[in-house]
Design a protein around this ligand. Structure first.
Ligand SMILES: Nc1nc2c(ncn2[C@@H]2O[C@H](COP(=O)(O)OP(=O)(O)OP(=O)(O)O)[C@@H](O)[C@H]2O)c(=O)[nH]1
Length: 220
Protein backbone atom coordinates (compact mmCIF):
# COMPACT_ATOMS: atom_id res chain seq x y z
CA UNK A 1 0.00 0.00 0.00
CA UNK A 2 2.69 2.52 1.05
CA UNK A 3 6.31 2.43 2.20
CA UNK A 4 7.12 1.31 5.75
CA UNK A 5 4.47 2.62 8.12
CA UNK A 6 3.33 1.47 11.50
CA UNK A 7 -0.04 1.68 13.14
CA UNK A 8 -1.44 0.25 16.32
CA UNK A 9 -4.53 -1.89 16.89
CA UNK A 10 -5.98 -2.46 20.32
CA UNK A 11 -8.32 -5.46 20.22
CA UNK A 12 -7.77 -7.96 23.03
CA UNK A 13 -9.07 -11.47 22.43
CA UNK A 14 -8.06 -14.25 24.80
CA UNK A 15 -5.59 -16.98 23.87
CA UNK A 16 -5.06 -19.50 26.64
CA UNK A 17 -2.95 -22.52 27.60
CA UNK A 18 0.30 -21.02 26.38
CA UNK A 19 3.54 -20.71 28.26
CA UNK A 20 4.63 -17.12 27.91
CA UNK A 21 7.94 -17.07 29.80
CA UNK A 22 8.27 -13.32 30.04
CA UNK A 23 7.76 -12.67 26.30
CA UNK A 24 5.70 -9.56 25.68
CA UNK A 25 6.25 -9.10 21.93
CA UNK A 26 5.91 -11.65 19.15
CA UNK A 27 6.88 -10.82 15.58
CA UNK A 28 4.89 -12.66 12.95
CA UNK A 29 5.71 -12.10 9.28
CA UNK A 30 3.51 -12.70 6.22
CA UNK A 31 5.29 -13.82 3.03
CA UNK A 32 3.95 -14.89 -0.34
CA UNK A 33 3.48 -13.77 -3.95
CA UNK A 34 2.11 -10.35 -4.79
CA UNK A 35 -1.68 -10.29 -4.73
CA UNK A 36 -2.32 -13.44 -2.66
CA UNK A 37 -3.91 -11.32 0.06
CA UNK A 38 -1.27 -10.74 2.77
CA UNK A 39 -2.27 -7.12 3.47
CA UNK A 40 -5.94 -8.12 3.41
CA UNK A 41 -5.35 -10.94 5.92
CA UNK A 42 -3.51 -8.59 8.27
CA UNK A 43 -6.17 -5.90 7.94
CA UNK A 44 -8.97 -8.39 8.48
CA UNK A 45 -7.34 -9.69 11.65
CA UNK A 46 -6.40 -6.33 13.18
CA UNK A 47 -9.14 -3.98 11.98
CA UNK A 48 -11.79 -6.51 10.87
CA UNK A 49 -12.09 -4.69 7.53
CA UNK A 50 -11.69 -5.78 3.91
CA UNK A 51 -10.88 -3.59 0.91
CA UNK A 52 -11.59 -5.07 -2.53
CA UNK A 53 -9.23 -2.58 -4.22
CA UNK A 54 -6.00 -2.61 -2.25
CA UNK A 55 -2.77 -1.33 -3.81
CA UNK A 56 0.35 -3.52 -3.83
CA UNK A 57 2.53 -3.12 -0.75
CA UNK A 58 5.90 -1.41 -1.30
CA UNK A 59 8.50 -2.65 1.17
CA UNK A 60 6.84 -3.58 4.47
CA UNK A 61 4.14 -2.44 6.84
CA UNK A 62 3.26 -3.60 10.29
CA UNK A 63 0.28 -3.53 12.59
CA UNK A 64 0.16 -4.40 16.28
CA UNK A 65 -2.54 -6.35 18.00
CA UNK A 66 -2.71 -6.95 21.72
CA UNK A 67 -3.56 -10.46 22.85
CA UNK A 68 -4.18 -11.92 26.23
CA UNK A 69 -2.10 -15.03 26.83
CA UNK A 70 -2.69 -16.79 30.15
CA UNK A 71 -3.73 -13.52 31.77
CA UNK A 72 -0.76 -11.56 30.37
CA UNK A 73 -0.79 -8.94 27.62
CA UNK A 74 1.26 -9.84 24.57
CA UNK A 75 1.76 -7.59 21.57
CA UNK A 76 1.54 -9.43 18.30
CA UNK A 77 3.51 -7.43 15.76
CA UNK A 78 2.33 -8.48 12.31
CA UNK A 79 4.65 -7.65 9.42
CA UNK A 80 3.13 -7.50 5.96
CA UNK A 81 5.67 -7.63 3.14
CA UNK A 82 5.66 -6.72 -0.55
CA UNK A 83 5.30 -9.94 -2.56
CA UNK A 84 6.34 -8.54 -5.93
CA UNK A 85 9.84 -9.55 -7.03
CA UNK A 86 10.91 -5.93 -7.70
CA UNK A 87 10.55 -5.16 -3.98
CA UNK A 88 12.79 -8.01 -2.79
CA UNK A 89 15.58 -5.76 -1.48
CA UNK A 90 13.07 -3.59 0.38
CA UNK A 91 11.46 -6.47 2.27
CA UNK A 92 14.30 -8.90 3.11
CA UNK A 93 16.03 -6.70 5.75
CA UNK A 94 12.90 -7.03 7.89
CA UNK A 95 12.90 -10.86 8.19
CA UNK A 96 15.31 -11.07 11.12
CA UNK A 97 13.87 -11.57 14.56
CA UNK A 98 10.61 -13.15 13.36
CA UNK A 99 9.04 -15.58 15.83
CA UNK A 100 6.77 -17.18 13.21
CA UNK A 101 6.40 -16.99 9.43
CA UNK A 102 3.06 -17.27 7.64
CA UNK A 103 3.75 -18.66 4.14
CA UNK A 104 0.80 -17.51 2.08
CA UNK A 105 -0.58 -18.46 -1.32
CA UNK A 106 -3.91 -18.00 -3.03
CA UNK A 107 -6.00 -21.10 -3.80
CA UNK A 108 -6.98 -19.58 -7.16
CA UNK A 109 -3.34 -19.10 -8.24
CA UNK A 110 -1.28 -22.27 -8.73
CA UNK A 111 1.96 -20.35 -9.31
CA UNK A 112 1.68 -18.73 -5.88
CA UNK A 113 1.43 -22.26 -4.42
CA UNK A 114 4.46 -23.50 -6.39
CA UNK A 115 6.43 -20.51 -5.10
CA UNK A 116 5.99 -21.46 -1.42
CA UNK A 117 9.35 -23.28 -1.42
CA UNK A 118 11.10 -20.16 -2.71
CA UNK A 119 9.49 -18.03 -0.03
CA UNK A 120 10.57 -20.48 2.63
CA UNK A 121 14.15 -20.44 1.31
CA UNK A 122 14.24 -16.64 1.09
CA UNK A 123 12.99 -16.37 4.64
CA UNK A 124 15.47 -18.87 6.09
CA UNK A 125 18.36 -17.13 4.32
CA UNK A 126 17.57 -13.52 5.16
CA UNK A 127 16.20 -14.17 8.66
CA UNK A 128 19.39 -16.18 9.24
CA UNK A 129 17.44 -19.05 10.82
CA UNK A 130 19.90 -21.33 12.57
CA UNK A 131 17.70 -24.44 12.80
CA UNK A 132 15.24 -24.32 9.86
CA UNK A 133 13.76 -27.71 10.81
CA UNK A 134 12.60 -26.26 14.15
CA UNK A 135 11.34 -22.89 12.88
CA UNK A 136 7.57 -22.39 13.20
CA UNK A 137 6.05 -21.90 9.76
CA UNK A 138 2.28 -21.83 9.24
CA UNK A 139 0.81 -22.10 5.73
CA UNK A 140 -2.22 -20.13 4.57
CA UNK A 141 -4.22 -20.90 1.42
CA UNK A 142 -6.16 -17.64 1.01
CA UNK A 143 -9.21 -16.62 -1.07
CA UNK A 144 -11.23 -19.78 -0.35
CA UNK A 145 -14.35 -17.74 -1.05
CA UNK A 146 -13.59 -17.83 -4.81
CA UNK A 147 -15.20 -20.62 -6.81
CA UNK A 148 -12.45 -21.25 -9.39
CA UNK A 149 -9.76 -23.02 -7.40
CA UNK A 150 -6.40 -24.03 -8.91
CA UNK A 151 -4.98 -25.69 -5.77
CA UNK A 152 -6.85 -28.43 -3.92
CA UNK A 153 -6.91 -28.78 -0.14
CA UNK A 154 -5.21 -32.20 -0.46
CA UNK A 155 -2.32 -30.83 -2.55
CA UNK A 156 -1.70 -28.05 -0.06
CA UNK A 157 -1.90 -30.41 2.93
CA UNK A 158 0.54 -32.76 1.23
CA UNK A 159 3.05 -29.93 0.67
CA UNK A 160 2.77 -28.94 4.33
CA UNK A 161 3.28 -32.52 5.49
CA UNK A 162 6.30 -33.09 3.26
CA UNK A 163 8.02 -29.81 4.03
CA UNK A 164 8.04 -29.85 7.82
CA UNK A 165 4.59 -30.90 9.00
CA UNK A 166 3.31 -27.33 9.02
CA UNK A 167 -0.23 -26.45 10.07
CA UNK A 168 -2.40 -25.45 7.11
CA UNK A 169 -5.35 -23.06 7.13
CA UNK A 170 -7.68 -22.17 4.27
CA UNK A 171 -8.55 -18.54 4.81
CA UNK A 172 -10.61 -15.80 3.30
CA UNK A 173 -9.70 -12.24 4.19
CA UNK A 174 -12.89 -11.27 2.37
CA UNK A 175 -15.32 -13.16 4.60
CA UNK A 176 -12.95 -13.66 7.60
CA UNK A 177 -12.84 -17.47 7.35
CA UNK A 178 -10.07 -18.93 9.59
CA UNK A 179 -8.10 -15.69 9.81
CA UNK A 180 -8.15 -15.41 13.61
CA UNK A 181 -7.47 -19.13 14.20
CA UNK A 182 -4.48 -18.97 11.86
CA UNK A 183 -2.91 -16.14 13.87
CA UNK A 184 -3.71 -17.92 17.13
CA UNK A 185 -1.92 -21.01 15.80
CA UNK A 186 1.04 -18.77 14.86
CA UNK A 187 1.19 -17.55 18.46
CA UNK A 188 1.02 -21.14 19.76
CA UNK A 189 3.79 -22.25 17.41
CA UNK A 190 6.01 -19.27 18.20
CA UNK A 191 5.73 -19.86 21.94
CA UNK A 192 6.18 -23.62 21.61
CA UNK A 193 9.35 -23.11 19.51
CA UNK A 194 10.64 -20.69 22.13
CA UNK A 195 10.01 -23.32 24.81
CA UNK A 196 11.90 -25.89 22.78
CA UNK A 197 14.85 -23.54 22.22
CA UNK A 198 15.02 -22.93 26.00
CA UNK A 199 15.28 -26.67 26.56
CA UNK A 200 18.10 -26.94 24.04
CA UNK A 201 20.36 -24.41 25.71
CA UNK A 202 21.78 -26.68 28.46
CA UNK A 203 22.88 -29.25 25.87
CA UNK A 204 25.12 -26.61 24.27
CA UNK A 205 27.16 -26.20 27.46
CA UNK A 206 30.83 -26.92 26.93
CA UNK A 207 32.60 -28.47 29.91
CA UNK A 208 36.06 -27.09 30.46
CA UNK A 209 38.35 -29.27 32.57
CA UNK A 210 41.99 -28.51 33.05
CA UNK A 211 44.01 -31.44 31.87
CA UNK A 212 46.57 -32.62 34.37
CA UNK A 213 49.99 -31.80 33.05
CA UNK A 214 51.93 -34.94 32.23
CA UNK A 215 55.67 -35.06 32.28
CA UNK A 216 55.91 -35.84 28.54
CA UNK A 217 53.46 -33.24 27.17
CA UNK A 218 55.36 -30.14 28.11
CA UNK A 219 57.49 -28.37 25.57
CA UNK A 220 58.56 -25.13 27.13
N1 LIG B 1 -11.98 -12.84 -3.16
C1 LIG B 1 -10.99 -12.52 -2.36
N2 LIG B 1 -10.15 -11.52 -2.66
C2 LIG B 1 -9.14 -11.22 -1.81
C3 LIG B 1 -8.94 -11.95 -0.61
N3 LIG B 1 -7.84 -11.43 0.00
C4 LIG B 1 -7.42 -10.44 -0.78
N4 LIG B 1 -8.18 -10.29 -1.86
C5 LIG B 1 -8.01 -9.32 -2.95
O1 LIG B 1 -6.81 -9.62 -3.65
C6 LIG B 1 -6.13 -8.43 -4.02
C7 LIG B 1 -4.72 -8.44 -3.47
O2 LIG B 1 -4.79 -8.39 -2.06
P1 LIG B 1 -3.61 -7.84 -1.17
O3 LIG B 1 -4.01 -8.02 0.25
O4 LIG B 1 -3.20 -6.47 -1.59
O5 LIG B 1 -2.44 -8.85 -1.58
P2 LIG B 1 -0.93 -8.87 -1.10
O6 LIG B 1 -0.53 -10.27 -0.95
O7 LIG B 1 -0.76 -8.02 0.11
O8 LIG B 1 -0.18 -8.23 -2.34
P3 LIG B 1 1.27 -7.46 -2.39
O9 LIG B 1 1.13 -6.25 -1.55
O10 LIG B 1 1.49 -7.15 -3.82
O11 LIG B 1 2.30 -8.42 -1.89
C8 LIG B 1 -6.98 -7.25 -3.50
O12 LIG B 1 -7.78 -6.79 -4.56
C9 LIG B 1 -7.84 -7.89 -2.42
O13 LIG B 1 -9.06 -7.24 -2.27
C10 LIG B 1 -9.85 -13.01 -0.29
O14 LIG B 1 -9.76 -13.69 0.73
N5 LIG B 1 -10.84 -13.25 -1.20
Amino acid sequence: TSPTVSRAGSVTPAVTHLSLKGKSLLKVILLGDGGVGKSSIMNRYVTNKFDAHLFHTIGVEFLNKTLEVDGNQVTLQIWDTAGQERFRSLRTPFYRGSDCCLLTFSVDDNQSFLNLSNWKKEFIYYADVKEPENFPFVVLGNKVDVTERQVSTEEAQMWCQENGDYPYFETSAKDATNVAVAFEEAVHRALAADDKADHLIPTDTVKLHRKPRSATSCCS
